[in-house]
Ligand binder design. Structure first.
Ligand code: SF4
Length: 490
């Protein structure tokens, strides 16, 4: 083991390079550590699993791997990535460096499966971790156990109960202005300065992992946002801003921010909008940007069903908004969810009827409406955490129905197998972590899931049935709203 020199930190994003530079934490972590610590920092993704993007060093030469796992399947991709680098996957068997510390939505909501690979998971906002980490780096590489212990609150190792830690005021949290860019690959939403204007979402829809794990809702002041944008635009090739927020129109000064950008010749894109926060006159402002598609997620177009999950749908209001958007030249991408609690055939029929009406309108205007269907995937810490995942048969039947009624070419859907795997890991325990690792090594297929779960003696039927509160492997990870959620989900 190396006993001297600068500590080495690898930022690991277990997805494509493009996805990594679309994730804001990659930029925050990279610039924070480069500027505020003496660590040697490099970045690894599935596109460069073995060699760092900057130093070309091998992953196993690093003392600490800081991993972002925002999606459950990242556990499989991470395992693959580590395996390709010759790093022992099992945290119990790994005797040498590196330390593997995993954060991100999926890992913090239920760290148990991730601990099969990770030495610890971080339950909280990454900026707090970075501050602590920078102070403790002198303990690396020689005192890894002391290093982990020094990180304190928010660190989950499977032993003690851990409460989520979070930044109270986003204005005080670091936000990079120079973001990582590549000559060959643009981030997913295109070139421009990416800014997070708010975190969390006040609507708390009953299925929404982001809203419950990112609680409380916080936002940056307009002054902070303007100052970040002013600086950030100096370093990008296009005078364009991509707005990160779960529901941007909930920011009290968002409309002022949009007007500011229009007045200053700044193009912008708003990837996600809660439809009932959008006013008709907002469409005028947005149409001044180059954004030509609005992504709206009513989930269901039946009023009672949608209200029961926290997204009350009203067809008159929605169709007025959608038609007005189409007339102003926007295409619309709709997100629909099936497998909701108490969902009946007539609810699905009603959604199809409304979508068909809007589609026929869009045709007249030569605009496009597409529909993306997802099953409800039950997630920890949400009021629907104990709800069963829809069966494959039922899911395929409903998706087929949408396809037939609305048109093959307009409807895309998540593969049920992926939803099943997501729920398996989201709701799973350490044993499921073992299964996920074996699956990553052998290859993702139905047959391998069945064979490996038999060999390992791991139960995989639980996502498809109601579960009791005693079946929550994440119970030692505490989020601010758990006391309310636990009552609601009984
Ligand atoms: S509005 Fe969107 S982000 Fe907010 S809680 Fe509902 S689903 Fe989640």
């Amino acid at each position: 083991m190396r006993t001297s020199g600068r500590p080495r930190i690898a930022l690991v994003y277990p997805s494509t390079y493009q996805a990594s530079i679309t994730n804001l934490f990659t930029h925050i972590a990279y610039y924070f550590l480069v500027e505020k610590s003496d660590a040697l920092v490099d970045r690894f993704t599935l596109d460069n699993p073995s060699e760092g993007a900057i130093t070309s060093r091998k992953l196993h030469e690093f003392d600490l791997l800081l991993v972002s796992a925002n999606y459950e399947l990242d556990l499989l991709y991470l395992s693959k990535l580590l395996d390709r680098s010759g790093i022992e996957l099992s945290s119990n068997k790994r005797r040498k460096k590196p330390i593997i510390l995993v954060g991100g939505l999926a890992a913090m909501a239920n760290p148990e499966p991730f601990l099969e690979v990770a030495d610890a998971c971080y339950v909280g906002d990454g900026e707090i971790l970075l501050e602590k980490l920078a102070r403790s780096l002198s303990l690396l590489p020689d005192k890894p156990a002391d290093f982990l212990e020094s990180l304190g609150e928010g660190l989950y190792t499977g032993e003690a109960t851990t409460e989520k830690v979070y930044v109270e005021d986003l204005n005080d949290a670091p936000h990079p202005t120079a973001e990582i860019r590549s000559k060959n690959v643009e981030p997913v939403y295109g070139e421009g300065f990416y800014i997070e204007i708010s975190r969390g979402c006040r609507w708390l829809c009953k299925f929404c992992l982001e809203a419950y794990t990112m609680y409380p809702f916080r936002y940056r002041s307009l002054e902070t946002i303007k100052s970040l944008v002013g600086e950030g635009l100096k370093y990008v090739r296009r005078r364009r801003v991509v707005v990160y927020s779960l529901s941007p129109f909930d920011h009290p000064r968002f409309r002022d921010f949009l007007s500011y950008m229009v007045e200053n010749g700044i193009d912008f894109s708003i990837p996600s909008i809660r439809w009932d926060t959008l006013r008709l006159d907002d469409l005028d402002l947005i149409s001044l940007s180059s954004q030509r598609t609005l992504t709206l997620a009513p989930e269901s177009m039946n009023r009672d069903l949608s209200c029961s999950i926290g997204k009350c749908f009203n067809f008159d209001t929605f169709s007025e908004l959608a038609i007005s958007a189409l007339k102003k030249g926007f295409n619309i991408k709709l997100y629909i969810m099936v497998g909701l609690p108490l969902e009946r055939e007539e609810h699905v029929l009603e959604t199809i009827k409304h979508v068909k009406y809007l589609v026929s309108y869009s045709r007249k205007l030569r605009k496009n409406i597409t529909i993306n269907i997802n099953p409800l995937v039950p997630k920890p810490h949400t009021p629907l955490q104990d709800h069963p995942l829809i069966t494959e048969e039922e899911y395929l039947r409903k998706v087929e129905f949408f396809r037939k009624e609305i048109g093959e070419n307009r409807v895309t859907s998540l593969r049920w197998l992926y939803a099943f795997l997501q729920s398996l890991i989201a709701l799973g325990n350490r044993e499921i972590g073992k299964l996920a690792v074996s699956l990553a090594l052998r290859g993702l297929s139905r047959r391998n899931i069945v064979e490996l779960s038999n060999t390992l003696g791991v139960n995989t039927e639980y996502p498809l049935r109601w579960r009791s509160p005693s079946e929550r492997p994440w119970h030692k990870v505490v989020f601010p709203l758990d006391h309310v959620v636990n009552k609601l989900s009984l």
